[in-house]
Design a protein around this ligand. Structure first.
Ligand SMILES: Nc1ncnc2c1ncn2[C@@H]1O[C@H](COP(=O)(O)OP(=O)(O)OP(=O)(O)O)[C@@H](O)[C@H]1O
Ligand SMILES: [Zn+2]
Ligand SMILES: [Zn+2]
Length: 814
């Protein structure tokens, strides 16, 4: 638990209000947490908005911590709080949470604030003064207070901005204090509701006739007609940006259409929350027996409780979340739903929107500052709502939280590796649920070992069957060594080919899963073995081939370094210089060669980079004439398309051979999840899993689709080696431009750690020893107890050229 004390506790203990307050100052040009002295007459609580002196100014700040421990500063360095602008602006528990994150992950509070809050929150808000006792008499007051009172009475709304009052009244501050004490006026912070609404250009179709160039078929008039046609098809109105993109045209062309009287350009105000398409209203589904049982249990939980919802793929977990949340909104409470990646959210958010309409808001780190800010403002209004977001949304400042859901809780993207704080949204969600005293639901078909082991201390709920008793797909394991032996050199086994042939006739769709992105993982020389590497990073370059006739390029996935693929080996000049492996591009090209009748869509980080691309590609696949979706890890995450009957796993081997103690767990989870995309509709599903290691225990476990036996074996191994979820880890990552300095710093730190009772592994170069010119070393601490040593102090021993990242409970050991 946090070491923070509530004001009530402090008062009980000391009989006084807290003496010191840490204030987050966030104004243009400076952002930081500073300590101020409180005043005996002020009862400052975390979450209050304060006015504090800063330099020569008075600025707004947020009280984040209060205490009676004198800070490590000279008395003359500490200034006093001016006043409380707005008490309880944030729930106090919110600041306890951020504080707890900072302490647990051993980073500064400011760094936590940076992931949690939109920048410049206070700078955009305005402090105002309002008269609350209209019949107040001025007689007994000092002159400044009298003037303020007079001023406020003269205002129609009985209120003015503090800035205005200060300009009108000399000594306004003292006058205000008196009035506040009398409770005749109140001081409040107005969130910038009306400030700078964003305007966006809309194009409206006025006439398809107009005075198009001259009626003749010049190239430009044909172009213009096309644009008008597109506008017409879209109901006569589109955002300018959408129209430009859609028609591949420029704004001067559209402006010319306006001059010709065909269209009208108009600035419109938009709320900058993520633009979502209209979704049809949807009513609650009649639950299956298992779903109903689970929901009944969830409804009985009203205080903090950790609930593991273990449901096989396609068992209808989302429907359970929806029906768990509905009564909550009715009671005026809000819910937070965390999902691993934004690629998965379009379908999920649509389902939530269909049920709850505009009470749903999407919050993730890819939002622009403006969008984040607007979404934030909506949250602080306190109206009951559902926030869906990725890991940073765990910090969404929703007041009155009734439930937190973490869907696909096993997913490692809930953990932030870089930059600090290296937090795990699952841990933070748990602390938050504890602080808010609300239930936390962790949902997964393949729970993480951490959660599984912990489920003894939580509520276990299970959905063992798919909805409507649909069967799990049948999984065939294909030994690729045998394929080669039987003279099938193709990346598709004979059984996968047979299934692919049947797709079109049966009017069904398939997914092909590849473990890596890009055309292949690396390029090497078949004569001398030379491997093309990135000059900045310690990784091989990946081969990218845009289309058959394009010049192939090589790219680094860490720093984006790009070069043309050389014709010959740079080392021995051999012309046998080829790419290996199989990535999405190669699979797409092979399909085009072998099955020209099948239409494919590529779904990986290259094709989904643009905003909204996930949604566009998935809906193209679901509603268009494409037969195959070819993709990477993204395919494993929650895609729910009833037409998909076939899942082909091109090669499972890359997953099995990762150098990480969690490799088996991850491989099992990924393979079960991707297999689970098949047969979710009325037609049963079929999975072809290709591998060079069919006897591998993970492959065997996946084929049987039995979670518990797999986990039991895996836990035994972890226990034997004292790895998580038994023994805990802390990883220290060091990096810098000078290899020698990084190395010697790592050695110095490791020496100091040797005195602790914990096991010190390393120092050693990281698996990827250089990224973006920075050399990387690491030290791994294997803890012998649950007590996490404080390694913050080691920071002072690092030269300024070496950066140290502390990763508590690391997920990524590369
Ligand atoms: N009670 C029900 N009756 C009919 N259809 C349902 C019911 N519950 C859920 N469904 C449908 O079943 C499908 C699978 O549900 P859902 O996507 O929630 O499963 P899931 O458990 O989240 O799966 P996964 O973990 O594989 O993503 C969805 O299309 C959903 O609309
Ligand atoms: Zn060579
Ligand atoms: Zn690089």
């Amino acid at each position: 638990m946090s070491e923070l004390q509530s004001v009530a506790e402090l008062k009980a203990e000391y009989g006084v209000s807290p003496a010191w307050v840490d204030v987050l100052v966030d104004c243009p040009g400076s952002q930081g947490v500073y300590t101020y002295q409180s005043r005996p007459d002020l009862l400052v609580q975390p979450g209050d908005i304060l006015s504090v002196p800063f330099g020569a100014q008075q600025v707004g700040g947020i009280a984040v911590r209060v205490g009676n421990q004198p800070p490590d500063l000279l008395p003359e360095q500490i200034r006093s709080i001016d006043s409380i602008v707005s008490a309880g602006f944030f729930p106090a528990s919110y600041w306890s949470l951020l504080d707890q994150v900072a302490r647990y992950y051993q980073t500064s509070l400011m760094q936590v604030v940076r992931v949690a809050l939109p920048p410049g929150l206070l700078a955009r808000s305005q402090r105002r003064i309002r008269l609350i006792k209209p019949d107040a008499s001025e007689a007994s007051l000092n002159s400044a207070a009298q003037q303020i009172l007079k001023l406020l009475k003269s205002s129609k709304t009985k209120d003015y901005s503090w800035q205005f009052v200060q300009r009108q009244v000399k000594g306004a501050n003292r006058g205000l204090q008196d009035l506040l004490k009398l409770n005749w006026v109140e001081s409040y912070l107005e969130p910038p509701a009306t400030i700078r609404p964003q305007l966006r250009q809309a194009v409206i179709l006025v006439s398809t006739q107009g005075e198009l160039s001259d009626g003749s078929a010049t190239q430009s008039s044909v172009r213009q007609r096309e644009i008008l046609e597109v506008l017409k098809r879209n109901g006569g109105e589109m955002w300018l940006t959408d129209l430009l993109q859609h028609c591949r045209t420029t704004s001067p062309t559209v402006k010319r259409l306006q001059e010709q009287g065909c269209v009208l350009l108009q600035g419109r105000e938009v709320l900058r929350s993520e633009h979502a398409p209209d979704v049809e209203q949807d009513a609650a589904k009649v639950l299956t027996h298992h779903q109903a049982e689970v929901l009944k249990k969830i409804h009985t939980v009203t205080a903090f409780e950790k609930i593991l919802l273990h449901g096989v793929t396609g068992s209808g977990k989302t429907e359970v979340y929806l029906q768990a949340i509905a009564p909550m909104l009715q009671r005026g409470q809000s819910a937070l739903v965390l999902v691993p990646e934004i690629g998965l959210t379009p379908q999920l958010t649509d389902r939530f929107r269909a049920r709850f309409g505009d009470r749903v808001c999407v919050y993730h780190s890819a939002l622009s500052d403006g969008e984040r800010f607007d979404t934030w403002r909506q949250m602080l209004t306190g109206s009951p709502q559902v926030v869906i977001g990725t890991r940073s949304a765990v910090f969404a400042p929703l007041p009155n939280l009734g439930l937190i859901v973490l869907d696909e809780e096993h997913d490692s993207s809930f953990k932030q590796d870089q930059p600090a704080p290296c937090y795990h949204a699952r841990s933070v969600a748990q602390w938050r649920a504890e602080l808010e005293n609300c239930p936390l639901i962790l949902g997964s078909a393949t729970p993480s070992l951490e959660t599984w082991l912990d489920s003894q201390s939580s509520t276990y709920l299970s959905l063992p069957k798919r909805i409507l008793d649909r069967p799990l797909p049948k999984i065939d394991i294909v030994d690729m060594r045998k394929e080669l032996h039987d003279r099938n050199p193709s990346i598709f086994s004979r059984s996968l080919q047979a299934q692919l042939k049947k797709l079109k006739e049966n009017n069904q769709k398939g997914l092909l899963f590849i473990h890596r992105r890009g055309h292949s993982t690396f390029v090497s020389c078949r004569s001398c073995g030379y491997v093309m590497e990135c000059p900045n990073c310690d990784v091989s370059l990946s081969y990218h081939h845009v289309h058959e006739t394009a010049q192939p390029i090589l790219r680094c996935h860490y720093c984006n370094y790009t070069q043309l693929q050389p014709q010959r080996c740079p080392s021995c000049s051999s012309s046998y210089f080829k790419n290996f492996g199989s990535g999405t591009q190669r699979v797409v090209q092979e399909i085009a060669k072998l099955f020209p009748e099948l239409k494919t869509i590529r779904f990986d980080s290259d094709t989904t980079r643009a905003k909204g691309a996930h949604r566009a590609l998935l809906s193209q696949f679901a509603h268009g004439d494409a037969d195959l979706l070819v993709g990477t890890q993204m395919l494993t995450k929650g895609i729910d398309l009833p037409q998909v009957t076939l899942v082909g796993i091109i090669s499972a081997d890359g997953l099995l051979n990762l150098a990480d103690f969690r490799a088996s767990e991850r491989a099992f989870q990924t393979l079960v999840q991707v297999a689970g995309r098949a047969g979710r509709g009325t037609e049963p599903g079929r999975v072809i899993l290709q591998t060079y290691a069919p006897e591998h225990p993970v492959i065997q476990a996946v084929q049987r689709q039995q979670y518990e036996p797999f986990v039991a074996t895996e836990l035994e191994q972890r226990a034997a080696l004292n790895y998580p979820p038994y023994g805990r880890l802390v990883l220290l990552r060091l990096s810098g431009l000078n290899e020698q300095t990084v190395r010697s710093t790592a050695e110095l730190l490791a020496d100091q750690l040797l005195h602790s009772e914990d096991e010190v592994l390393g120092p050693a170069p990281a698996t990827i020893a250089k990224i973006n010119q920075r050399y990387r070393w690491q030290i791994l601490l294997k803890l012998t107890s649950d007590r996490i040593p404080n390694v913050m102090e080691l920071r002072s021993q690092c030269p300024s050229t070496v950066s140290l990242t502390i990763d508590v409970d690391p997920m990524n050991l590369m």
